[in-house]
Write a protein that binds this ligand. Structure first.
Ligand SMILES: [Zn+2]
Length: 344
């Protein structure tokens, strides 16, 4: 396993100190499995963003959206759709605070939404392990139902966007669950590259990644019986952390104990994010196809922070991310791991 990185320095004339120059270093890094490229310049974190100096209160947005919210307990049973009886006679899946129902505006063949809590808004340190366990168990039930009805739909995703700067259109905490016949290109690449790695080295890449990172220690955050947590060497977003399952390859194979272990580390990561000043994030899962148990692939999840949600903010996805598939990052993975380790 090779962690490829190259540091290039740029000397720039500082406008503040005329005639004096400042040196900034840019780390060009490549993902050890896929070669996906990112460029890290931690100096970008402190650069002046004109619109972010406004600092308008976000509480106002939360309160304004609460009264008419379709996901709040007083509205949810009237305003959310139901699955057809052929898929699910009850129409929706309920478990704890979670209610799972169809997405009104789907972008997948099977596309559900599942709430995490009855409360309209939670700070990142207010989510509990039980909320996530209930949500994931309900999601697993949904995936199993789809699988029974349509054996070609084998690629499940469990996705969580939190607050509008992450792409979420509804403030109320919720996840999305999709099941499709084909993998997304990135998942297809991960599965393909994992197989290639297995063929060439007779090693499961994910198992080796955990062992190597545990040995190096720099990006290793912690682990429990079911999952290991590592700050990605070449992240696709700021403060990126990956949660790698030790053995399970897809969402449907997780038992309640593994779901609980996974949920407890997510709760810890969110707690750390809160301490780092983050309020918005994307969390995604990479799952192998249902019914397949490849030796070369272990399921994982990734989480990245998104711009702090406030009425006006600067997006972190510019031309490099949208058009060139290069991720411009302002947080150093080794620093992210060091900060999170204290909580694990
Ligand atoms: Zn709500």
């Amino acid at each position: 396993m090779e962690f490829r990185k190259e540091v290039r320095s740029t000397e720039i004339l500082s406008p503040l100190i005329q005639f004096e120059s400042e040196v900034q270093s840019i780390e060009y890094r490549e993902d050890p499995l896929t070669g996906s490229q990112c460029r890290i310049n931690v100096a970008r974190a402190v650069r002046v963003r004109q619109v972010q100096q406004a600092g308008v209160e976000v509480r106002e947005v939360i309160e304004r959206t609460a009264s008419g919210c379709s996901f709040c307990p007083q509205n949810i049973s009237q305003r959310t759709p139901k699955f057809p009886p052929i898929l699910l006679p009850e129409g929706r899946i309920e478990r704890g605070e979670c209610l799972l129902f169809p997405n009104l505006y789907p972008f997948a063949e099977y596309h559900a939404v599942a709430t995490l809590t009855g409360r309209h808004f939670l700070e990142l340190d207010e989510f509990t392990t039980q909320m996530l366990v209930d949500n994931l168990m309900a999601s697993k039930d949904f995936i199993a139902l789809v699988q029974q009805k349509d054996e070609k739909a084998v690629y499940p995703m469990w996705i969580w966007n939190h607050l509008p700067s992450s792409g979420a259109s509804i403030i109320h905490p919720h996840v999305q669950i999709t099941v499709d016949r084909t993998p997304t290109p990135e998942l297809g690449k991960l599965i393909g590259k994992s197989e290639e790695y297995w063929r060439q080295r007779r090693m499961n890449y994910w198992q080796e990644l955990i062992e190597v990172e545990r040995g190096i220690g720099e990006r290793y955050v912690g682990e429990n019986d079911s999952v290991a947590v590592i700050a990605s060497f070449a992240p696709r977003g700021n403060n990126e952390v990956q949660v790698i399952f030790k053995g399970p390859v897809n969402l449907i194979d997780l038992d309640e104990r593994q779901i609980r272990d996974f949920s407890s580390v997510i709760v810890k990561i969110l707690y750390c994010y809160k301490g780092m000043g983050v309020n918005s994030f994307n969390l995604i899962t990479y799952s192998a196809p249902l019914m397949e148990r490849p030796d070369y692939f272990w399921m994982s999840a990734r989480i990245i922070s998104r711009p702090v949600f406030q009425p006006f903010y600067t997006s972190d996805a510019g031309f490099m991310e949208r058009f060139y598939d290069v991720w411009v990052i302002e947080t150093l993975p080794e620093e992210v791991a060091r900060e999170m380790r204290t909580t694990f």
